[in-house]
Ligand binder design. Structure first.
Ligand SMILES: [Zn+2]
Length: 337
């Protein structure tokens, strides 16, 4: 009945199942024992950040409840449960393993713990297929600050690349230093045959989208600021690189969804997918993202195209993509009956 079935851009830390996160936060001492669910919920949804940098720090809050194998696995499990209730077909969930080593886990152990949670969820919710992307982080003043940790993530993904661990991402505050300082990480990933997406042109300069293209990204996270320059937009359209748009995340509240350049990107011929980014922070779901786009004039046909683009752009095997296409076809036929 609806096209909102495939999410390629979904952060584990921004999409926690909050009743579980609250209980875990209390148990682990992340919040005081008397913190009620309502208080936790409102802290999770705090919006009054003065700067983008301060806004990025809000991710420390959910990350602190995922510092043990058990909690990482449970977080992944409950996210898939939520997606299953939403009748989703497929999701690529991402997280940054280097953020989960505060209590002594190695990055490798953190990745395997999330894989365990996804595996457990697969048994209980077989209708949804999932994969994992590991994020490298923009952190500190420039790429050298955590270069060692970022290279470690690349090596861990190289070792664990499978039908579960599907690829890499670059996340964090994209205006941290020179974007191209991250190129050596992706040269290495490319040489290993690891697929990757890069957050670029979201909150930062649209020129970063050009940098991500130069770094041979397979997809671009957000990328909407490529419209700042006709040449950049032209390059995105020419390359047909899939853009992972996340409307709620990119909407400034005072402007609303209509201010997003989605129509402009579609009319220019860009290859668009629609995603949630951070379901809990954004209080959203993929169905809501599609609904919001419909409400600003994106046609049903165009929305279906976004879903088909997502199936094509997924990092899973061709056989799994074919299964997704089959299911989309069935869903689309239901709609027209
Ligand atoms: Zn993101």
């Amino acid at each position: 009945m609806n096209a909102a079935k495939i999410d390629l851009h979904l952060h584990l830390d921004g999409s926690l199942y909050l009743p579980w996160a609250w209980k875990t936060a209390v148990k682990r001492g992340v919040v005081e024992t008397e913190c009620t669910f309502e208080e936790y919920y409102s802290r999770f949804h705090r919006r009054n950040f003065k700067t983008r940098e301060e806004g990025m720090k809000r991710f420390d809050f959910p990350v602190d409840v995922m510092q043990t194998k058990e909690d990482l696995a449970d977080a992944a499990y409950y996210l898939v449960q939520t997606l299953s209730i939403q009748q989703m077909f497929y999701a690529e969930i991402r997280f940054a393993p280097q953020q989960h080593t505060k209590c002594g886990l190695t990055q490798r152990e953190a990745v395997l713990a999330v894989c365990d949670g996804l595996e457990r969820a697969k048994q209980d919710f077989p209708d949804i297929d999932t994969g994992l992307l590991c994020c490298l982080m923009h952190k500190g003043e420039n790429a050298h600050v955590n270069e060692k940790e970022n290279f470690e993530t690349v090596e861990v993904v190289r070792e664990l690349l499978s039908d579960r661990v599907l690829g890499l991402d670059l996340a964090g505050y994209e205006n941290t230093g020179d974007f191209l300082l991250y190129a050596p990480l992706f040269e290495k990933a490319h040489s290993y045959g690891i697929p990757y997406t890069i957050h670029a042109g979201e909150m930062g300069d649209g020129a970063h989208v050009m940098d991500a293209l130069a770094m041979k990204a397979n997809r671009i996270g957000h990328g909407i600021n490529c419209i700042q320059n006709p040449e950049w937009l032209h390059a995105v359209v020419e390359s047909q690189i899939p853009l992972e748009l996340c409307p709620t995340s990119n909407t400034r509240y005072e402007l609303g969804y209509a201010a997003l350049p989605v129509r402009q990107l579609l009319d220019a011929g860009a290859r668009i997918t629609l995603n949630t980014d951070n379901m809990s922070f954004g209080r959203t779901s993929l169905a809501h993202e599609y609904d919001m786009m419909r409400s600003v004039g994106i046609s049903q046909k165009e929305l279906w195209q976004c879903a088909w683009n997502a199936a094509d752009a997924a990092f899973c095997s061709e056989a799994r993509k074919e299964r997704l296409r089959e299911r989309l076809r069935e869903e689309q036929n239901k709609k027209t009956e």
